[in-house]
Write a protein that binds this ligand. Structure first.
Ligand SMILES: [Zn+2]
Length: 352
């Protein structure tokens, strides 16, 4: 069937505008005005995005299956104690799904590309909140449970997630309406340098991750004596942390493609490895959190503050709504630019 269809053309770096360029990737680009159908068809041909798409699309289904099994087998809706695990799994389904959509449709135009990655950033920051909610419920060491830091942990994580969605979106084009509007679609002056833009984005992703992991880092690396929660879940936490640092290293360094530009365009570049190790890290994180939940359940039910709708699913919904509002705010100038351009195009056709 596919062989009967005409697969979209694949071009080199010199044939697409600068905004589409990827560090040290020379070939395998899709045409920068692809239709939505072309973008979907490109899933079945080898471009420099194909593996990026599949490495997040397939795990989305695996995490969805995990979500269904937790909700149905553990009857999660009947037990508020499992809601933070459900929040972590939902956010772990959303971020790879948003990412695979972003990688699929980002070659439709420069505007769509920016909007696609706004969606990606919003989903990553929601995942950081999902992490914080599950850590607050099951991972905090015994010593820190109910202390002041534990009580403000989720509210601060919520503010971090919202702030970092804004910062990551800002890193692409600056502030909406101020730095980019319907007439101007360029990077704002400080962001002319892609490196500055990348550093802002790295901070936007790394800061919430590091904040969320303060209780776990303390538990694993600093805590001594009683109340350190030294249990069987620790080995899974260590594995997740190792994978997370490897993921961050790949994102920051662009290795291996920077050593041999053009050699890893289709397979084996840092972004693909970043996806694979990121997903493996999420899987180990989920296993560790679930194991803590099971092992510590009696103790936590007796000693920790109760889990409610407000401090689990409610705060996640709030973050989702605020993040969507931020994405809309950053996307509005791009959407109005598209409408403006279409009107201009129609006027030019009438004039002829
Ligand atoms: Zn990606």
């Amino acid at each position: 069937m596919l062989s009967l269809m005409k697969l979209p053309r694949v071009v080199t770096i010199n044939q697409v505008p600068k905004v589409f360029h990827e560090h040290s990737i020379i070939s395998g680009y899709r045409y920068h005005h692809s239709s939505a159908t072309d973008c979907i068809l490109s899933l079945f041909q080898l471009t420099n995005e194909t593996i990026n798409i599949w490495t997040h699309f397939l795990p989305t289904w695996y995490f969805l299956w995990k979500l269904v099994s937790v909700v149905l087998i553990q009857a999660a809706w009947q037990h508020p104690f499992t809601w933070p695990l459900v929040v972590l799994i939902i956010s772990s389904c959303i971020y790879p799904l948003a990412s695979s959509c972003a990688h699929t449709f980002n070659s439709m135009s420069a505007r769509v590309r920016h909007m696609c990655f706004y969606l990606d950033y919003g989903a990553i920051s929601l995942y950081s909140l999902g992490t914080a909610i599950s850590y607050s419920a099951y991972v905090f060491p015994d010593k820190w449970v109910n202390r002041f830091f534990h009580q403000c942990f989720v509210p601060v994580a919520l503010l971090n997630a919202i702030g970092c969605t804004g910062l990551a979106c800002y890193s692409r084009l600056g502030l909406p309406f101020r730095h980019h509007n319907q007439d101007v679609l360029k990077r704002f002056p400080k962001c002319q340098s892609p490196r500055f833009s990348k550093v802002l984005r790295l901070v936007a992703f790394a800061y919430p991750y590091l904040f969320d992991h303060i209780p776990l880092f303390y538990r694993l690396f600093l805590c001594e004596g009683e109340g350190c929660t030294d249990n069987d879940a620790n080995v899974l936490h260590y594995t997740h942390i190792a994978l997370a640092f490897l993921t961050g290293f790949l994102f920051a360094t662009h290795l291996p493609e920077r050593l041999a530009p053009g050699s890893f365009d289709f397979i084996g570049n840092s972004h693909q490895l970043f996806h694979v190790f990121g997903i493996l890290g999420t899987r180990f994180q989920m296993m560790a959190v679930e194991q803590d939940m099971v092992l510590r359940r009696p103790w936590l039910l007796d000693h920790s503050r109760p889990i409610t709708f407000a401090n689990s699913l409610g705060v996640t919904l709030l973050c989702l709504m605020v993040n969507l509002s931020i994405l809309l705010l950053f996307s509005l100038p791009l959407l109005s630019a598209k409408v403006g351009q279409q009107k201009k195009h129609k006027r030019q056709i009438k004039a002829h």
